[in-house]
Design a protein around this ligand. Structure first.
Ligand code: ATP
Ligand code: MG
Length: 287
């Protein structure tokens, strides 16, 4: 597709007279990964909601997948939204639906994606297999752990094979091992299905993993793309937001060398790698 996947031009939004997004400019191209960092209330979720027009901007212009979506009607948005995957901050699974029906939801509720039930079942199975939860079809969300529910959310976001996926705080509240699994699945989706990725997070490690790790299908796991102590040239842009403004946009290396006191609070500087007797690097350095 020519042109950017997503573009914000001078986008602003206020709630109750308070500016929550202030002249946001952003261009996301096919294959890019964007990491949105920022304190609670800095505007990450609002930005993601605007990106798929769940809410509307006061001023500015938003382009998604080649369409100007700034003032489109709901009915006109359906087709465009069907090409966007989303994992909401609170997970957003329906407690009353089993896992299969939760994952099938975007397929059944978007006209453009209408398909016979057996095809829907096959895609649901494939999506759940992708996150290694193919055996949970008949379970209900309350029967799964928090980490498993998050994986179901990833399966649901990507069941439509979207061009772009928006993940809002996918690792929030998870232990470090489960958070690593979630990020591995996001990297896997990005690379095996060529999904442009935007991820809002408080965890610097999530961004570092997106920027430095590849999915290796042969070993069925993520592997580091470059040696420790060097920076990957993967297409990952870090954005830092503060009170509705983008106060930093750049590479991981630029972020780590920023002298801005607010920006540098989001950087977790890695200790030098520990080399064991066998030359192995410690597991704790896996981001
Ligand atoms: N529907 C709404 N009505 C009024 N204010 C809102 C609404 N939605 C968001 N806000 C305000 O917009 C600002 C940005 O909120 P947002 O949810 O985008 O923050 P965030 O960066 O996602 O925070 P967190 O890291 O806690 O998820 C906050 O001040 C919030 O109170
Ligand atoms: Mg949020």
């Amino acid at each position: 597709m020519p042109g950017p996947i997503l573009k914000f031009e001078n986008v602003s939004l206020s709630y109750d007279g308070k500016l929550v997004l202030d002249k946001i400019n952003l261009t996301v191209n096919a294959g890019d990964t964007f990491i949105l960092l920022g304190a609670a209330g800095s505007g990450k979720t609002v930005l993601l909601k605007l990106a798929m027009s769940l809410i509307q901007a006061d001023t500015g212009r938003i382009e998604l997948l080649g369409h100007d979506i700034t003032h489109l009607k709901e009915t006109e948005l359906f087709g465009i939204r069907s090409e966007v995957g989303v994992l909401f901050q609170e997970g957003g699974l329906f407690d009353s639906l089993n896992i299969a029906d939760n994952v099938a939801y975007p397929l059944r509720n978007q006209k453009k994606l209408a398909a016979p039930e057996d095809e829907i079942a096959a895609r649901v199975q494939e999506s759940l297999d992708f996150v290694e939860l193919g055996h949970t079809l008949d379970k209900f969300p309350s029967e799964l752990s928090g980490g498993m529910r998050r994986r179901v959310g990833i399966a649901r976001a990507n069941v439509t094979n979207p061009k772009i996926s928006l993940y809002d705080s996918p690792t929030a509240g998870l232990d470090p091992i489960t958070a690593h699994t979630i990020m591995s699945l996001i990297v896997k989706q990005r690379e095996l299905r060529k999904t442009t990725t935007i991820l809002a997070t408080h965890r610097y490690q999530d961004g570092a993993m997106a920027a430095n790790y590849h999915w290796d299908d042969a070993i069925h796991d993520v592997v580091r793309a470059v040696p420790y102590g060097t920076y990957a040239a993967l297409d990952t842009t870090f954005i830092v937001m503060n009170e509705g403004r983008i106060v930093f946009s750049g590479t991981q290396q630029q972020l780590e060398t920023s002298r801005d006191p607010y920006v540098s609070q989001f950087v977790l500087h890695q200790p030098p790698p520990k080399i064991g007797p066998s030359g192995d690097r410690g597991q704790q350095l896996s981001v």
